[in-house]
Each structure stands twice: as structure tokens, then as C-alpha cells.
Design a protein around this ligand. Sequence first.
Ligand SMILES: *Cc1c(COP(=O)(O)O)cnc(C)c1O
Length: 350
Amino acid sequence: MSRFFSSKYKSLEPYTPGEQPQNMKYIKLNTNESPFPPSERAVSAMYKAARTLNLYPDPQCRELTCAVAANLGVEPDEVLMTNGSDEILNFAFMAFGERGAAFPDITYGFYTVFSVINSVEYEEIPLKSDFTVNTLDYAGLNKAIFIANPNAPTGIALPTEDIEKILQSNPDGVVVVDEAYVDFGNESCVKLTGKYDNLLVTRTFSKSRSMAGARLGFGVGCKELIADLNKIKYSTNPYNINKMTMAAGIGTMADEEYTLKNCAEIIKNREYTANELKKLGFLLTPSAANFVFAKHSSVGGEKIYSVLKNNGVLVRHFDKKEISEYNRITIGTREQMDKMLDILRKELSL
Ligand SMILES: *Cc1c(COP(=O)(O)O)cnc(C)c1O
């Protein structure tokens, strides 16, 4: 640390991204990326956009915003496109965190980081022992509430009725539903944005749309919430979506069939992998995401992580006590899953 660093950031503990090894070729099942390449329409649109990189991108991101809004059945002024969904989450902490924030104690690790960097006081609410949310714990908080649905890293989905209970019992706080994984089989809350002025839904192109490297996400909410978030955007980075990403996003939205096909394949592979892991003595949480969260009945979580890593497969292990026996395994192609399962069978003599 230099002696010039602002004291308010001294206690900041940055988010630790999953390993992105550049030296060795691993089967990467550790950051919930898609195993499928982006849509060809995204790639060709991006090439074309690259030829006009001398010009700034459209700060309103009009064409892409309209495509996303049409896909969701909402108005363009109810959508804000951002640089990954991490950016809209950060904007939400900035815009709506004045009275504090609350979120489950086991969830996406970025929520605590966004709280600290924006000086938002936060409360981590323990999940039940089966890792599910008790909606009563959130009643009457009237803070900004962040619920990843399905949750990370457990994959467990909270029913829409339960989200509604939280919305209704917190009329004076914004409830942010982080739907990064919703396309892998969960019901979306977007349809509730017309009914609740305190609901913001966030989504990403990183997982189901194979665009993690492009950085594209968005938020959906009533137009007043979106106007607030736009104020933050235009005060930090009006050109938050670069031209190539914007073009790739438009191409992807025009190829919905491809996205749906890939999601169906991931869901199929998830059910297959879950079944095979159970046969090997693993216990799994019920996942509605593109990963499974698994612990073995006799072999420790760290051991499983290192056996896989030593054999060229990266999964995500968290040190946090309550979940240290688990590993989060991204669902890839059937071939990748079979390789991972073979290693476990062989190396652990299961
Ligand atoms: C991956 C993920 C995000 C971030 O996605 P980006 O759009 O790549 O920034 C947000 N929330 C959760 C729960 C995630 O797992």
C-alpha cells in the first residue's frame, strides 16, 4: 500500500475471482462460464463493430436495450445495460444502500465488497441449515436486500412467492434479485417489476449467453429505479458498454434459439452429473443453476479439490467454514463431465 491510499479503503478486501490459469490447460469448471462459444451472429456483429472503434459507442445503448426489453416484455426505459451484472449490482449498492444492506451469509461474495467500497452498512443473515432462505428473517428490514436466485454457490432457488413476501414486507427498501443463473431452469421475477416499485432484477450475458469475456449485464425495474441507476451510470462511465460488446449482445439476442439449446444441454448434463455424483457417495444441494454444489460422505472438500486439480480439472472450493466440505462444480459438456467423474472414480477408488 502506498502512503497516498485513501484511509477509507484501507480495510477493503477485494473480491477473489476464481482461478484463471494462463500457463496450463485445465478443464475449467470453476467460474460457471459456458462451455459453448458465443453465437456466430455475435462474433460476426462484433467484427463489423470493430471497424468503427474510432467512434464512441452509443451511451444510451439503444438498440441492445430495445432488444432486451422486447425479449422480456418490458419497456426500454425499464432496462439498463451494464458492464457485466457486477456493474449494475455496484450501482444498486450506491443508489439504494443509504439505509444499509442485507443479504444471506452464504451467497455471492461480491455483495460484501460492494457494501464496503460504498460505505454501506451490511447485515449478513444466516441461511437455514439446509442452505435455504427464511423469508421471515427479511421482514420489515426496509434496507436494500440482495437475493441471488438461484443462490450461489448452492444453486438453490427461492420460489417466486417467497420473493413476493420479501418485497411486500419491505415496502421502503429496494429488493435486488440477482438472476445470474435464472436461465438454467428457474422462474424469473421480471414479471413482478410492473407490480412492485421496489424490485430490481439483475441478469448477465456471462453464463447462459456465453459472453463472460465481453462483460455484459443489465437490470430491470420500474422506470424510476432505472432513472436513478442511470444517474449513477452517467456520473461514473457513460460509455460503460463498449462497441464490440454492444454488437455481440445484439447478435446474441437475435439468436435466442442458440441460447435456449445451450441451456437445455446444460440442464441435461447437470441432471446426469448430479446422478453420477450421488452414485459415488456425494451429497448435493438441489441446483437450478449451471453448477452443482457437492460434498462427499467420507472424503473432505479440499481433498476433492486438489485431486481434481492435480488431474487437470479446476473446480471452486471455498474456505468458509460452513461450506468447506463442498465444491462448486460448473456444468460443462458431457465429455468434460465424464472426464471429471472418471478422475474421481479412479483417484478416490470410489
Ligand atoms: C457470475 C455472477 C454475477 C456476475 O456476473 P457478470 O455479469 O459476469 O459480472 C453476478 N451474480 C452472481 C450470483 C454470479 O454468480
